[in-house]
Ligand binder design. Structure first.
Ligand SMILES: Nc1ncnc2c1ncn2[C@@H]1O[C@H](COP(=O)(O)OP(=O)(O)OP(=O)(O)O)[C@@H](O)[C@H]1O
Ligand SMILES: [Mg+2]
Length: 283
């Protein structure tokens, strides 16, 4: 097995990276893949809480990196989706404890065990965010419909292009996918937030998903339940649709369906019909 590495990144803080890592990871696992979500947000450690496994974390990333624990000892298996695992981050305040060599070691172990590895980045463009980008094959760029978030997403795209292992080794570039979170069609219509067309104009990146702004997301986080596990909620459906779109878009060309009606149908459930019509008019 050699995993595909997906880094969830944004530049700006608090836009939904950890929420998306948990929800997208769970959706990939529900689709039958063996998935590990990895927390790179050292010192803060939120992903285990959002996944609802915080009480079962004994060893973390640094323990595996320095050989104190084996990967098997450190991985926490989800009780609801058995092919979903978490590797927690360390709570040490020393952010430089995460070295490129340590990350290479852990990622090589993970690559041999999983289909997909999702790396949750810390906010900003400092050391931790760059470490989370190192091994990326794909980047989910998370953006809220506001100018500062779009600007920071644009900046992080520059770093992905320059700093990832793929860029440095001269391999095919990291594939970027835009996920707009906390979107409200009504507020965009009233001009209180950016529209999807405006965001795409600035970022020029394929739109993978639109996650509605919904109190159900916070409720799911507080309950330690990735939002995608709830197929009846609008955010749950939106995350599942984004995952289906990702699997469709990244399938080998010969295996791809001629079109992706499933994604459009699902997007139509979360964004409203009028929005889609407008999008296509501007396309
Ligand atoms: N679609 C959504 N609707 C409503 N609230 C949301 C949505 N997505 C995320 N949130 C809320 O926004 C807050 C920040 O989310 P999250 O922790 O996932 O962001 P983050 O980018 O990981 O933050 P940080 O940069 O601090 O790591 C949380 O309270 C979360 O519940
Ligand atoms: Mg986070």
């Amino acid at each position: 097995m050699s995993a595909t590495v997906i880094t969830v990144t944004s530049g700006k803080g608090g836009v939904g990276k950890t929420t998306t890592t948990a929800a997208f990871g769970a959706a990939l696992a529900l689709a039958g893949h063996r998935v590990c979500v990895v927390d790179f947000d050292m010192g803060l450690r939120n992903l285990d809480l959002v996944m609802g496994v915080e009480k079962r974390v004994v060893y973390d990333f640094l323990h595996v990196a320095d050989g104190t624990a084996s990967l098997g000892q450190a991985l926490v298996r989800d009780k609801r989706v058995p092919n979903l695992f978490l590797l927690a981050t360390s709570q040490t305040a020393d952010k430089d404890a995460l070295t490129p060599a340590g990350i290479d070691h852990v990622m090589n172990l993970l690559r041999a065990e999983f289909d997909y590895i999702l790396c949750d980045s810390p906010a900003g463009i400092e050391h931790g965010a760059m470490m989370a980008l190192q091994h990326a094959d794909h980047a989910l760029v998370i953006c809220n419909p506001e100018v500062t978030s779009v600007r920071d997403a644009d900046r992080i795209m520059g770093y992905i292009a320059a700093r990832s292992r793929r860029a440095q080794a001269g391999l095919a570039p990291v594939r970027e996918h835009l996920v707009v979170t906390r979107f409200s069609e009504d507020r965009a219509r009233r001009g209180e937030m950016l529209s999807l067309a405006e965001i795409q104009d600035i970022l020029a990146m394929p739109l993978l998903g639109v996650i509605p702004d919904s109190p159900q997301v916070l409720r799911a986080s507080n309950a330690g339940r990735p939002a995608s596990l709830d197929a009846a909620s609008a955010p749950g459906r939106a995350y599942r649709a984004a995952c289906a779109r990702f699997l469709q878009d990244t399938r080998p060309v010969a295996a791809r369906a001629p079109q992706a009606p499933g994604f459009l149908a699902a997007l139509a459930e979360t964004a409203q019909r009028g929005l889609l019509r407008r999008l296509f008019r501007t396309a």
